[in-house]
Ligand binder design. Structure first.
Ligand SMILES: NC(=O)c1ccc[n+]([C@@H]2O[C@H](COP(=O)([O-])OP(=O)(O)OC[C@H]3O[C@@H](n4cnc5c(N)ncnc54)[C@H](O)[C@@H]3O)[C@@H](O)[C@H]2O)c1
Length: 316
């Protein structure tokens, strides 16, 4: 039976990943590890919970031993916008923290480590349209630098030590359960809350700033499918491009207005525009399709309808 540890479990992706993994492998077999933020009662009551600072290797190690862990989903990280405000912290958490996870994986002979990378691994020199899996990786943010390092480290640990490290380059993730934690695509979540509450939103990116995005159910399913893929079919390991849908704030506004016609949006780009401008607008994920059968289910319309339906219930 799998015994899984999820770091960053209280975050935007971690919180829903823990639920999905507990549904699949059993509540007791999935240990949720938060950092400082308290977990929901639901998360704590459903299964084991620990606090782990990934900068403390012993804390990781002792949880791995205590629960006999064989697989880590490492979701603990500092995201792009926060990373530009606190680059030293982003360096430590995203690079040293990952190094600690990989070292525990190597020493304890874990079966698998899952680590998300990001479209932030790309940079201004990368082709913007249909960005290939193999391309120029010269990011200009500390977050992006940490993600490229993570991909290279993951592949190094696989080649050098036989540790099975796998990861996807997530686009911006949209969800309705836990708020995002300081990324450049956070507008695409906030906008739904404000559309329902106030019918008005001020967007921190320009109206035509197109970025690759994905709805949370696809993001979770994709990561778990990659974890379960036959290793013999994989030519890539830590750096799979992953795509679902690309849209601009203006296109998202039009889609929301189909359901909430009196919703309006103004645009006041801030420092996050520069980060967005350094990223691709669409992604070629044919390697993920070919090597493990990746296929997204949600397009912009379906995602928008589902977000509004779920949030109307949540915000009632
Ligand atoms: N959300 C997105 O749009 C997106 C896009 C691309 C990639 N990703 C990647 O997916 C992963 C999860 O992201 P998320 O959106 O859930 O982020 P998040 O910010 O919502 O959650 C990250 C969690 O990491 C925790 N953390 C911070 N410092 C830590 C430390 N020292 N030790 C342990 N935990 C620590 C935080 O408390 C937080 O709960 C990250 O690797 C991120 O880079 C996310």
């Amino acid at each position: 039976m799998k015994k899984i540890l999820v770091t960053g479990a209280v975050g935007q992706i971690g919180s829903e990943l823990v639920e999905a993994l507990r549904d699949k492998y059993g509540n007791e077999n999935v240990v949720a590890a938060g950092h400082r933020t308290k977990p929901t009662e639901e998360m704590k009551e459903a299964g084991p919970f620990e606090f782990i600072d990934v900068l403390d290797k012993e804390e990781i190690e002792s949880a791995v031993k205590k629960y006999n862990i064989d697989t880590i989903y490492h979701m603990g990280a500092i995201l792009s916008a926060t990373g530009e405000e606190k680059p030293q912290l982003a360096f430590r958490v995203n690079i040293i923290g990952l190094y600690n996870i990989l070292e525990v994986g190597r020493e304890q002979k874990l079966e698998r480590i899952m680590v998300p990378s990001s479209i932030a691994a790309f940079g201004p020199d990368t082709p913007k349209e249909n960005t290939p899996n193999e391309t120029i990786l010269r990011p200009t943010t500390m977050y992006g630098i940490s993600k490229v390092s993570g991909e290279l480290l993951g592949d190094y640990y696989f080649r050098r030590f036989g540790l099975d490290v796998r990861g996807v380059r997530y686009p911006g993730i949209i969800s309705n359960k836990t708020l995002p934690g300081g990324g450049t695509t956070d507008y695409a979540v906030e906008i739904f809350y404000e559309a329902i509450r106030n019918k008005y939103y001020v967007c921190f990116l320009k109206e035509d700033s197109t970025l690759p995005m994905m709805y949370m159910p696809d993001a979770i399913r994709g990561l778990i499918e990659l974890a379960e893929a036959d290793i013999n079919q994989l030519k890539h390991h830590s750096d799979f491009n992953l795509a679902a849908v690309s849209f601009s704030p203006g296109e998202l506004v039009s889609e929301i207005q189909r359901i909430i016609p009196d919703f309006t949006c103004d645009y006041k780009p801030d420092f996050r525009q520069e980060i967005a401008d350094s990223w691709p607008s669409s992604i070629d994920d044919s390697a993920a399709q070919d090597e493990w059968g990746w296929k997204p289910e949600f397009d912009l319309r379906r995602m928008t309808e589902d977000m509004i339906e779920k949030l109307r219930i949540k915000l009632r």
